[in-house]
Design a binder for this molecule. Structure first.
Ligand code: FMN
Length: 193
């Protein structure tokens, strides 16, 4: 039987920061439970924001040749996608949003031109950290992620919002969040969604 493929996407620029700690726990637990995992660190990738070049998007494929071309096929083939982002100014990090905007071609292909079909349905997981405990910031971020998941063929299955985590590594003081990240990894690896 082929392994469950879990794709992790880190939207924080801070390596070893709170988002990455949760993402790594989740991916590590998925791996321990038999899944194959791959991780993309958006801040280390070279890609431009969406250029709205609508004339070349009719087949649902973005034609810009940059590192996003690594993410599209990996996401298509994944059984689960885990996006980890900090809250920046009440929303997702720029890195995360820039990646999401680059799915506009796929959105057009799916819903407008109807030339693109989802290759594989998948589970979507959202891990989010913030310095404050303002629910509206998490709600804003979640709304954008849900739009992204709809375009990526992912069902919004699990979420983890960890507030009051301003300092690098502060998430380590939140045992409940660490435990939940691992639990989610186990669930997606087992296909128990
Ligand atoms: C540019 C920037 C903007 C931020 N904006 C917010 C915000 O609007 N609300 C909030 O609660 N925390 C905000 N924070 C705090 C981060 O969400 C918090 O430090 C988080 O733990 C960072 O996660 P990371 O370690 O994964 O990068 C901001 C931090 C930065 C650097």
């Amino acid at each position: 039987m082929s392994k469950i493929k879990v794709l992790g996407i880190l939207g924080s620029p801070r390596r070893g920061g709170n988002s990455e700690i949760l993402l790594d726990l989740c991916l590590g637990s998925a791996q321990k439970n038999g899944a194959e995992t791959e991780k993309f660190v958006l801040n280390s990738m070279k890609f431009v924001p969406c250029q709205e070049c609508a004339e070349i998007t009719k087949d649902g494929m973005c034609k810009i040749k940059d590192d996003m071309q690594k993410i599209y096929p990996a996401l298509e083939q994944a059984d689960a996608v885990v996006v980890a982002s900090p809250v920046f100014f009440g929303s997702l990090s720029a890195q995360t949003k820039m990646m999401i905007d680059r799915f506009q071609c796929q959105w057009l292909g799916l819903y407008f031109y109807k030339t693109y079909k989802i290759v594989k349905r998948k589970s979507g997981v959202f891990l989010c950290v913030a310095g404050t405990d303002r629910k509206d910031f998490f709600d804003n971020s979640k709304a954008i992620i849900k739009n992204f998941f709809a375009t990526a063929g992912a069902s919004y299955k699990h979420e983890l919002f960890c507030s009051l985590t301003d300092e690098k590594g502060a998430v380590n003081n939140h045992a409940d969040c660490l435990k939940r990240a691992e639990e989610i990894g186990m669930l997606i690896a087992g296909g128990k969604t």
